[in-house]
Design a protein around this ligand. Structure first.
Ligand code: ZN
Ligand code: ZN
Ligand code: FE
Length: 751
């Protein structure tokens, strides 16, 4: 007979861990107790050697599905006289090192109960259990226990209470457990936020959607704006009201079978869609000749899809094969997550709302994955993944990394573990700044982390830089944007460097005060050398230029023809008024408001601007998306020519002129776009060889928003790997600026 004291840390609260311990203890006729505390789960367990061994094997190798064990320590203690095994009260002293579990999609057992007319939760939109349901988005404080979640306002009815207290029940200590008698309820609002009295809220919502209305529907981490995806006028109404003329809209599809009518999906894409994380996956759409609204996708071969991940979504999707479900927010503002925010900021956009009274403690967008180069790549990391920790190559005291400006996130570390906030959006608007500051305070509290210093981007005017400087913490050496990109990849793979880094994105502040974004670096975690980059190009009008691709096209031609763009015979007189064109040329000649950029994102804008007859685009990334969508429809292996000088400057002037030649010769845009992508694959190889010749044979890391482009990523990876390079790219964090805080943290900790 032996007695062991066992401490387990990791994701062990709110995932059915104690019931599993209880069950395994009873199965093996062991005695003792288990409880939750701020450091995880503690138990004392007593019995024969053989029974204890069996028990520990079961716990370690068959933990509850959502649990993740980080550490498992055991100490031999004196045997006690006792009978039976009990689950004791949670304790909340001591520092918290328990990880909060992410939100999880409805499990098969709950689905079955919800559709069983004899079940007391038949058609109940908030059904959940220890294997599924809201987690992070309802947690207000630790330990993860009902009184410290937003479920505290719903006292358990006797039936729910007995399930909650029965260690043999699937709902034992499931904090969000509830039923129609004691739990949250739905309500329907009209366009003025006045409750509408209806018998069946879901049926009434379905009717409104079928009538073409725009509805706000409350989900796990916030509201969605929802319309019938088959109704063209509803989809265009939504685009018009949301002022989102061209940006992709995500859809929710009833199930994988239905999805196959609209997209080509691989088995692993299907597996991710159906996973407990239930992200949006950007799949290859085959929408032409389907019943879906034509304006759903614009110049995009991908469609963002997700499956119904909450019981409420499943009930709605009984009436629709596909619904548009886009984040409810004003352009780049944070997701709307409270009824007050619906009233304050959504009423101009919606015809009604499906609300409920379970509060959301943290705003959390849908995560987005895109499959490329043999696996999934995170494009937006939020619901289902936060607040799971990420690895860091080195540890140290807690540092706050303030992140970037667009697609911002912040990061904190506990020794060599990083906690990355969910995608918070663009800090260029005040509401995002406020939400960033709110979550920063909440996260420090929840994780019980007090940063001893702060690290921020090199850009002096980023809001994240300003926030960092106002915290009153010691400020560490700022991190250059593209160094952070490279370091994020290194951190994910545990590389300490040196590495050769291709950092291809839109914008990052360079050490020479110019805008970088097409960089060839040699880097380790403490520093970097910039040895190659795309040729600087003036951006007439600065930021405005990125919204009007023809301006950049004109700038590139002005450069390629030494100030005589008419020699290039690129005619867009139908698009650009002569006066406006002259004005831009004057700006270029006199160097007025023409910041210099080496960003590859701007090169994509130039190429798109040269090809397309579009006056204006409304979101960054439109050019890349359109060019990728065209290029995947071509099989040509031809490249354009370019120059790589001895100084490491990549010039695309020959490419631009040849491209216009192709346009004049009526070469298909698909082929032109493919040739452009092929050329970038060649350039990746040439730059990597150039860096290797200068500094040594190191692995290549690729990062930056341009690598959200699957075709580009695959061309680059294949080209490099077939020529003997080892290539790493972000998968767990986005290659876009969502990774900046993570990279900053890795760098600050190793300096
Ligand atoms: Zn469940
Ligand atoms: Zn109940
Ligand atoms: Fe970037």
């Amino acid at each position: 007979m032996r007695r062991l004291l066992i401490n387990i840390t990791g994701i062990v609260q709110g995932v059915g861990f104690r019931p599993a311990v209880y069950r395994y203890a009873c199965d093996n006729e062991l005695t003792g107790w288990v409880n939750n505390n701020t450091s995880g789960v503690t138990l004392e367990i007593q019995g024969s050697d053989a029974a204890l061994t069996r028990f520990m094997d079961q716990l370690r190798f068959a933990p509850p599905p959502l649990a993740r064990i980080n550490t498992f320590t055991q100490t031999e203690i004196p045997v006690k006289k006792e009978s039976g095994f009990v689950i004791t009260e949670s304790q909340s002293e001591g520092p918290s090192v328990t990880e909060i579990p992410p939100d999880t999609s409805i499990c098969p057992e709950c689905q079955k109960e919800m559709n069983d007319p004899s079940d007391r939760r038949y058609l109940y939109p908030f059904i959940n259990c220890t294997h599924c349901g809201p987690r992070y988005t309802i947690v207000e404080d630790l330990p993860y226990d009902r009184p410290l979640t937003t479920m505290k306002i719903f006292p358990l009815c006797p039936d729910c209470k007995s399930e909650y207290e029965d260690p043999g029940n699937r709902r034992f200590h499931a904090q969000p457990v509830s039923c129609p008698n004691c739990g949250p309820h739905l309500a329907l609002w009209d366009s003025t936020a006045t409750p509408v009295d209806v018998d069946n809220v879901i049926a009434a919502t379905v009717d409104r959607l079928k009538a073409g209305q725009v509805m706000a529907i409350k989900g796990l981490g916030g509201y969605h704006l929802v319309v019938d995806a088959r109704n063209e006028s509803a989809v265009s109404l939504l685009r018009k009201r949301k002022q989102r003329p061209d940006k992709p809209l995500a859809v929710m599809v009833r199930d994988i079978e239905t999805l196959k009518q609209y997209a080509v999906i691989s088995d692993s894409e299907a597996a991710w869609l159906s996973s407990p994380q239930a992200p949006i996956v950007l799949v290859k759409q085959t929408l032409s000749n389907t019943d879906l609204a034509p304006s759903l996708v614009i110049e995009n071969d991908r469609l963002g899809v997700m499956l119904p991940y909450t019981p409420l979504h499943q009930l709605l999707m009984k009436s629709f094969p596909v619904l548009v479900m886009t984040s409810a927010n004003l352009s780049e503002e944070p997701l709307v997550s409270t009824e007050q925010e619906v009233t304050e900021s959504l009423l101009n956009l919606i015809d009604g709302a499906l609300v409920h009274d379970r509060p959301i403690a943290h705003k959390c967008d849908d995560s987005i994955l895109k499959f490329m180069a043999g696996g999934p790549v995170m494009i937006r990391r939020a619901r289902g993944f936060v607040p799971l920790p990420l690895p860091l190559p080195t540890g140290g005291n807690c540092i706050l990394a303030a992140g970037g400006e667009l697609k911002s996130t912040f990061g904190l570390n506990r020794n060599n573990t990083a906690y990355l906030s969910p995608h918070l959006g663009d800090l260029e608007n005040y509401a995002t700044v406020q939400n960033y500051q709110y979550e920063l305070t909440r996260w420090q509290h929840l994780l019980e982390l007090e940063p001893t210093a702060v690290v921020h981007d090199l850009h002096p005017d980023y809001q994240s830089t300003r926030i960092a400087q106002q915290l009153g913490l010691p400020i560490l050496e700022p991190v250059q944007h593209h160094h952070a990109h490279a370091a994020a990849v290194m951190a994910e793979y545990g590389l300490s460097g040196p590495v050769l880094a291709l950092c291809w994105d839109g914008t990052g502040f360079g050490t020479d005060n110019h805008i970088w974004g097409g960089e060839g670096l040699v880097a380790d975690l403490s520093g970097f050398e910039r040895l190659a980059h795309f040729e600087y190009m003036p951006l007439p009008g600065g930021d405005v230029a990125t919204k009007e691709p023809w301006r950049l096209a004109l700038s590139a031609l002005w450069q390629a023809t030494e100030g005589n763009p008419e020699q290039a015979h690129w005619d867009r007189s139908n698009l650009i008024p002569e006066t406006k064109k002259d004005f831009i040329l004057q700006m270029l000649t006199r160097k007025i408001n023409c910041p210099l950029s080496s960003g590859l994102g701007r090169v994509f804008d130039v190429v798109y601007g040269l090809i397309a007859h579009t006056q204006q685009v409304f979101f960054e990334g439109r050019s890349g998306m359109a060019l990728e969508s065209w290029a995947v429809r071509s099989r040509t292996e031809i490249c354009y020519s370019y120059k790589l000088t001895d100084d490491g400057i990549i010039s695309l002037q020959p490419l631009y002129l040849a491209l216009i030649e192709d346009l004049r010769n009526k070469v298909r845009v698909e082929d032109i776009s493919r040739k452009f992508h092929n050329t970038l694959g060649e350039i990746a190889l040439a730059v990597s060889r150039y860096l290797r010749n200068l500094r040594g044979d190191y692995p290549v890391v690729i990062s930056g928003g341009c690598f959200q482009n699957a075709l580009l990523t695959e061309l680059v990876v294949n080209k490099l790997e077939s020529n003997g390079f080892t290539v790493y790219g972000s998968r767990q964090v986005p290659p876009n600026d969502g990774c900046i805080a993570y990279g900053q943290l890795a760098i600050a900790l190793s300096r």
